[in-house]
Design a binder for this molecule. Structure first.
Ligand SMILES: N[C@@H](CCC(=O)N[C@@H](CS)C(=O)NCC(=O)O)C(=O)O
Length: 224
């Protein structure tokens, strides 16, 4: 049986995803928009992303992807999907103007730096420790540098671009992997506060558990 199921009703949004930071950006956004959607798990640990069927939806063979049966739009790339949903449902994105460009600046920062670099930390520091000391040191250092950029940005700001936006939705799932990155979030007080602020939003809690039911990680001190 095909793992890439089709939507028999041909209406609404299909979300192709797995339990990863990039996947969660989109499930959280769909929850924020309060729209119904159908989840199609693509198990990237089993190679589901490499099937020809999925390639027709996501030409780069990565999750997440969406098919919007109401508009005929099929999209890969989490940043593009967030912008699409924000525009369609008029949520979490400013109208074009100064604030919009600030949001684009920080969304691109997430897409170009936070995601790709922290993803490398996971590979070398968590999954392959001791195999490549140079890479471990390089990504550990870059991880710390990026946390500091966000710490500086969030110092005296509630959200990355002042009001809650797709920039926070895009960035939070990567910080939620602070344990994978062996980062002590408590060393970054403003970032930690922002992380905890988002962690209790019901759409974030629901979106985090797509497609698998999981608990949001909490920094150590909070557990005491
Ligand atoms: N820039 C892409 C990155 C997507 C991405 O790297 N997805 C990962 C999971 S977080 C994936 O599908 N990995 C499977 C693979 O590399 O084969 C986005 O933001 O959507």
């Amino acid at each position: 049986m095909s793992k890439v199921a089709s939507n028999n009703k041909n209406t609404g949004i299909d979300l192709y995803t797995w339990s990863t930071p990039n996947g969660r950006k989109v499930s959280i956004m769909l929850e924020e928009c309060q729209v119904p959607y159908r989840v199609i798990p693509i198990d990237i640990t089993q190679g589901d992303q490499n099937s020809a069927e999925y390639n027709a939806i996501s030409p780069n063979n990565k999750i997440p992807a969406i098919v919007d049966h109401d508009t005929g739009v099929t999209l890969m790339e989490s940043g593009a999907i967030l912008m699409y949903l924000a525009r369609k449902y008029e949520r979490l994105l400013a109208p074009i103007g100064k604030k919009y460009w600030e949001q684009m600046e920080w969304l691109m920062f997430q897409m170009a730096h936070v995601g790709p670099m922290l993803g490398q930390t996971h590979h070398f520091v968590k999954f392959n420790p001791g195999k490549a000391p140079y890479a471990e040191a390089r990504y550990r250092k870059e991880n710390m540098r990026l946390y500091q950029v966000l710490e500086d940005r969030l110092d005296r700001r509630e959200f990355i671009c002042d009001e809650y936006s797709i920039v926070d939705v895009a960035t939070w799932p990567w910080i939620s992997r602070f344990q994978y990155q062996q980062m002590d979030l408590l060393d970054y007080p403003a970032l930690c506060e922002w992380y905890l602020r988002l962690s209790v939003r019901p759409p974030v809690v629901r979106g985090y558990s797509v497609p698998q039911e999981l608990t949001i990680p909490v920094p150590e001190e909070e557990l005491l």
